[in-house]
Design a protein around this ligand. Sequence first.
Ligand SMILES: Cc1ncc(COP(=O)(O)O)c(C=O)c1O
Length: 366
Amino acid sequence: MTNLLDKPIPKAGILDIAPYVGGKSKIDGVADPIKLSSNENALGVSAHAVEAFVDAQGKLFRYPDGLANPLRAAVADYHGLEADRLVFGNGSDEVFLLLNQIYLEAGDNIVTGEHGFLAYRISALACQAEVKLAPEPEQRIEIENLLELVDDRTRIVYLSNPANPTGTWNTPEEIAELRARLDPRILLVVDEAYAEFVDEPTWASAFEMARASENIIVTRTFSKIHGLAGLRIGFGYCPKAVIEAIERIRLPFNINLPAQFAGIAALSDHFHIEASRQQVLNWHPRFLQEIRALGYFIRKSAGNFVLIHFKDTAEAEAANAYLMSQGLIVRHVANYGLPQCLRVTIGKDDENRAFLDALKRFATRT
Ligand SMILES: Cc1ncc(COP(=O)(O)O)c(C=O)c1O
């Protein structure tokens, strides 16, 4: 007789972790839904990147460059960073995972905002660490609230700037203050996944601050402005000592070969980068204006998405269901502690028009 308990058991805590649920991509019975649920690039992939991806096909039997050296050089050049201070990940998600694996022991903790990106938390919990969530009044990270949670078991503070799903941001002065008041043995990870979409004078990249620091890491991704979410490329700009630790456990070929090819080409396509940014900057004020005119609360967002507030959870769920019935997929962000909100990615012109018209029909239904 087989004993049902006689099977491998995951270590404590693993099965308590809520699995990450990505943005939906299908609606039953709708052949071609409009997907505005994952903050992908409205304009898709750069034609240069597609060409480079296709060119990679004859080399697929080869292992990729383990250090992604040509991509590393291109990123260093593009952003004006030292190539030997970069680490690449299978998406920036993998950079967070590596950091958590390296710095967190059971009983340690990470601190982040209460509506902070879920990827930081999942791998921290897998390390049997605690996740401490700082209140975000006005859905914006408050430095004081983060610092209040920091204790002698805190190893990493994560801050996305701009933040997903709220779209709010922190100023360089706030980040400098946070860093100044943090024990230098605690890592401060500033996740700048949406940096290229920001058009705010009170925002600046933390790259310069990180350059002179032993405990700041800045992460970026190719999934947003470069439209390469499907290829999975992210990177961290890190102090040398962090790189030395990461390079001991990073899987040797974590950035696949076509991704490396396409990533380099994407960086060189200035036209696509600028067009992608302009698409968001052109539509953002129209989203604000039209959605406010319907009576919903919505803040300025520094990302390629907006967060719409409904009266309550029931109204957000009803709006979500109505939009689905119209072939539109957006993101209900209940698992980010915002059950009364829907997050909507700014899409192509016709997609945005379809969304705004459908929301108007919902708001004016009788
Ligand atoms: C704040 C934030 N950071 C990081 C990422 C993940 O990026 P990647 O695709 O590079 O793993 C996302 C993706 O949605 C995000 O919203």
